[in-house]
Design a binder for this molecule. Structure first.
Ligand SMILES: Cc1cc2nc3c(=O)[nH]c(=O)nc-3n(C[C@H](O)[C@H](O)[C@H](O)COP(=O)(O)OP(=O)(O)OC[C@H]3O[C@@H](n4cnc5c(N)ncnc54)[C@H](O)[C@@H]3O)c2cc1C
Length: 401
């Protein structure tokens, strides 16, 4: 089997599938992709993820790491998160105090539907307005969707959102990785056959994959190719002519999830727990974590590392960053802090190559060509969604052997 891309998707797929296949992984850049540490002024920033997994030590990623005996340490958020509403930090259960008796009754019904029904194409924002119409709930959900998925509630259908709520109840909330993202991707890479070359072509004959060609024109033969480079790039190097116009149309309409991360150094702690602070009163910033509460080695001695996230809400990047920085000022109040680095994720290097609700199936129309990674997530958010997709791919391949 050939895997294109050694991001977390390619590496997790390689770890799980090596039990059944001899695997070559091709990587054009640095192992880990958007899931690795980015050392900066003594801090361990990251190329993407917040050194965290949506369902912590009990989610789908942890399931693959356990199955493949990959060493890792994740500290689950306790609490999973708190919510900054009207200038005060609240636990989830305290948010009920913002609701009238009728509102509490309605939210129980909404939560029941989220947990036990499938949902449909109705956007979450519209669903909440039809069923609840509560300003605080709208703010909380907007910030949650933004922090967790870089998407607005009006852009995610309930069929994609309800399973996330279900999975939060089932598998729990976020956990932080000791050592940061690289602690996982470096361990996954150990002992793997990773070839540091760019793949420029996926060779297809009679609607079946035959192998790949690297940038130095070497051909590698195989009848199973797993691509971790996103659906757009995969189809581009495979050749659009092999895909139906409907499939290509879906790719044209594909929406990436875009965002901005602000990395902050502070000597004064801003958060007294190891979960997420969802910020509901701010213009742009939707949440933050303080990873040094779990692993102080992610910052120089005496410092905390705080990372904020915001969905990119317009193409005016300067304006978006400025609004984010204003929010940071508001959140920190009179505490001292230093902005280390502002990172923008878009244009082929986004938060997710497919925003939740736009994901593709692992199986493509070409025999032997499969997708993993963040344009083929299943059921939940971010890397745990990637991992769920890989677990399903494993089942698909196992049943076809
Ligand atoms: C700001 C931000 C915050 C996030 N926060 C979290 C979080 O807290 N928790 C979480 O779980 N997720 C989070 N995510 C999402 C997560 O980081 C990504 O979903 C995940 O890293 C994507 O992994 P991937 O393997 O799909 O893609 P990538 O990491 O992009 O890997 C693809 C790899 O393929 C290689 N490649 C591309 N083309 C070729 C080619 N032609 N030949 C060979 N190699 C090729 C690339 O170099 C790359 O290494 C966040 C993302 C961002 C940007």
């Amino acid at each position: 089997m050939i895997i294109i891309g050694a991001g977390i998707g390619g590496l997790l797929a390689g770890a799980l599938l090596q039990e059944k296949y001899i695997i070559k992984i091709f990587e054009k850049g640095i192992i880990g992709g958007r899931f690795r540490n980015l050392p900066y002024k003594g801090f361990q920033l990251s190329t993407g993820a917040f050194h965290a997994l949506p369902h912590g030590s009990t989610g789908f990623t942890a399931e693959i790491l356990n199955k493949t005996r990959t060493p890792y340490k994740i500290v689950d958020g306790d609490p999973w998160g708190t919510f900054l509403v009207d200038g005060k930090e609240h636990r989830f259960k305290n948010l009920y105090s913002f609701l009238s008796y009728m509102g509490r009754f309605k939210i129980s019904k909404v939560l029941f539907e989220m947990r036990f029904t499938k949902g449909n194409e109705t956007p979450v924002g519209e669903y909440l307005n039809d069923n609840l119409k509560n300003e605080t709930v709208n703010k909380v959900v907007r910030a949650f969707c933004g922090f967790g998925m870089s998407i607005d509630p009006n852009d995610i259908p309930t069929r994609s959102f309800f399973p996330i709520v279900r999975n939060l109840y089932k598998y729990g909330g976020p956990g932080t990785i000791v050592g940061g993202c690289s602690a996982v991707t470096n361990n996954l890479a150990k002992g793997k056959n990773i070839i540091k070359k760019k793949i420029k072509e996926i060779v297809i004959e009679n609607n079946e994959v035959k192998g790949v060609i690297d940038s130095e024109d070497n051909f590698y033969e195989d009848n199973i190719i797993v691509s971790d480079i996103g659906i757009k790039e995969t189809v581009k190097i495979a050749g659009k002519k092999y895909f139906s116009s409907d499939y290509l149309k879906k790719i044209d309409n594909l929406r990436e999830a875009e965002g901005i991360k602000i990395n902050i150094a502070t000597k004064e702690s801003i958060l007294d727990h190891n979960g997420i602070l969802i910020t509901c009163d701010t213009e742009r910033v939707e949440g933050l974590n303080q990873v040094t509460n779990v692993d102080p080695s992610l910052a120089p001695k005496g410092y905390h590392l705080v990372m904020t996230h915001q969905t990119l809400r317009s193409n005016n990047i300067k304006k978006e960053i400025d609004r984010g920085l204003e929010d940071v000022e508001k959140i920190f109040g009179d505490k001292e802090y230093e902005i280390l680095l502002v990172q923008t994720f878009r244009n082929g290097f986004p938060v997710n190559k497919a925003a939740n609700g736009h994901d593709f199936e692992q199986k493509t129309p070409i025999k032997g060509l499969y997708l993993v990674g963040d344009s083929a997530k299943k059921e939940t958010m971010e890397v745990d969604g990637i991992s769920k997709g890989i677990l399903e791919l494993y089942e698909t391949l196992a049943s076809s052997i």
